[in-house]
Design a protein around this ligand. Structure first.
Ligand code: UGY
Ligand code: MN
Length: 248
């Protein structure tokens, strides 16, 4: 039997690991008849929010984005998304980017559907329009090698354009594949593992990680990962990008 006083979750000043064994549900106005787990948000010290929403056949999410843009990704299952009047059926691996000031509804779900969200306050850039609503499918996004290493593949889900101030990417590591360097950078990350397992190094501490786990990395949290086991390790992650780095 597992001892309930043990968990792999940790919450530190500049990184956190949230494993599903620690989830406590939140009730979110407008997100009805569903289970919401707020995994990362500003209470932690983060500048993004990441949630996991589990739907049943009666779930319905409605809202209007305000200062924050919102990215929805279907981890598994199926539902209908209506954004700014445009309706689409979304299934596993599909996503929608909702810019500021747009109404959305998610309904008609298959029971058990899991949605991932990333939220970021949008920073408009002078001379650039706010990005449009964007529906997409990870299955149609190329996954070129990362830094010339054939064991690493990176899919970039949002356009590489200055109007966007957030990126959402899917990183796939074959077993034994690892980041080629310890990254030390200003950008922040939120992520969730979609598949596989491995060991993450965060600020010189080593953590076993597997499918379903989420990680927050604050700016300058040092990071390195290696995949272990019999199948590739895959995570989807958020990164803030494309804006002037300082107010000094
Ligand atoms: O884009 C990134 O910074 C990415 N290579 N970081 C990470 O996966 N921890
Ligand atoms: Mn990084």
């Amino acid at each position: 039997m597992e001892i309930s006083a043990l968990t792999r979750s940790v919450v530190k000043r500049n990184h956190a690991i949230i494993s599903p064994d620690g989830y406590i549900n939140s009730r979110v106005p407008g997100w009805d008849n569903c289970t919401v787990n707020v995994i990362i948000n500003e209470q932690m010290g983060a500048n993004l929010c990441q949630t996991l929403i589990t739907l049943n056949e009666n779930s319905r999410l409605t809202g209007t984005t305000k200062a924050s843009q919102l990215f929805f990704y279907i981890i598994n299952g199926k539902c209908t998304a209506t954004v700014n009047g445009e309706e689409k059926t979304l299934t596993t691996g599909q996503f929608v980017y909702i810019p500021i000031g747009k109404a959305y509804t998610f309904d008609k779900p298959e029971a058990g559907t899991q949605l991932l969200t990333f939220h970021k306050v949008y920073e408009k850039l002078d001379g650039y329009d706010v990005p449009p609503v964007l529906f997409g499918d990870a299955a149609n996004v190329a996954g070129p090698m990362y830094l010339e290493d054939p064991s690493l593949r990176l899919q970039v889900l949002l356009p590489d354009e200055l109007s966007f101030d957030m990126a959402v990417n899917i990183f796939t590591y074959d077993p034994g594949g690892h980041l080629p360097l310890v990254e030390t950078h200003i950008m922040e990350h939120g992520l969730i593992y979609l598949q596989g397992q491995g060991v993450y190094m965060l600020d010189q501490q080593w953590y076993p990680i597997k499918k379903g786990d989420s990680i927050w990395m604050a700016p300058y949290c040092q990071q390195w990962f290696t995949a272990m086991g019999k199948e590739p390790a895959v995570y989807i992650y958020y990164k803030n990008v494309n804006r002037f780095p300082t107010s000094v």
